[in-house]
Design a protein around this ligand. Sequence first.
Ligand code: FAD
Length: 295
Amino acid sequence: MNLSTLSSVKKVLFSLEVFPPKKDTSVNVIYNTLLGLRGLPVDFISVTYGAGGSQTQKSKTCEIASLIRSNYHIEPVSHLTCVGATKADIAAALDALQENGVENILALRGDLTPQMQLTEDFQHAVDLIRFIKEYAPSMNLLGACYPEGHPECDTLEEDILHLKEKVDCGVGHLITQLFFDNSCFYTFLNKARQKGIEVPIEAGIMPIVNKNQIERIVSMCGSSVPHKLATIISRYSDNPAALRDAGIFYATEQIMDLLENDVDGIHLYTMNNVEVSQRISSSIETIIAAKNAIQ
Ligand code: FAD
């Protein structure tokens, strides 16, 4: 089912994000991950595209999205980035997705790296969105948004204006960058709604389950780390099992608060970790079902 149809019939969505293996040789890893995730009550699974500049991953995204649809009967969302791409590259990627029955695309600019720079064809995600609307008009488009503002943008207000442009061009669903402080999300949500952004906005949640993860995440996305989370990390940093449990607990509490405040959806950045995804999902599934059952 197309995602816009899904979000019109459900009050709150629950979705997962997985990434293709970084090396060709470890392709079975993702199949095992999908096997572990398949029983979870999710509305869709999204698959990243070349995150961190990996070309190997790019070529696997369509294959994995297609597998999610055909083998696991879950709606896939394929991420697609335009950094370093020409219109011909994007047209080829769209052809492959359509041939494989993938109907939903998270249209992104992609991160700039020394090896991966913008081409004349695409400067921002909105250029990609316009191109897809013309080349493959039946595709359902999602976009990314940033509760604490995109790191390259001077102010949150300016970033929201750019976000509004993406929505006006045809993005019907937004997924946020991960955040650890719900108050940042609520402030952003109010501002976005005030600017007339009315599409569903799913909250991106990443459970912190090991020490290295947090440093990498913060340097990549610039998300702020509340005192409570920082304390958990430093207190249990030498005890991996306790840190994992505390990280799952923190993320679950965050999700519960969002559900109580009528969030449109929860998007779990799984990091391909089946156990963590299962534990979080089992803590929230009856609550999400109850919210969706209320008329
Ligand atoms: P844009 O919307 O183009 O925004 C980028 C910057 O440009 C912002 O500062 C914005 O304010 C500014 N801007 C936008 N439009 C204009 C305009 N018209 N004029 C001037 N300035 C403008 N990366 C990957 O490589 N692969 C992935 O699979 C992936 N998945 C992601 C999933 C989610 C949910 C999120 C939140 C991010 C993901 N990313 C991924 C990272 C993403 O590609 C980066 O954050 C990237 O830096 C910005 O992408 P964007 O689509 O938000 O870009």
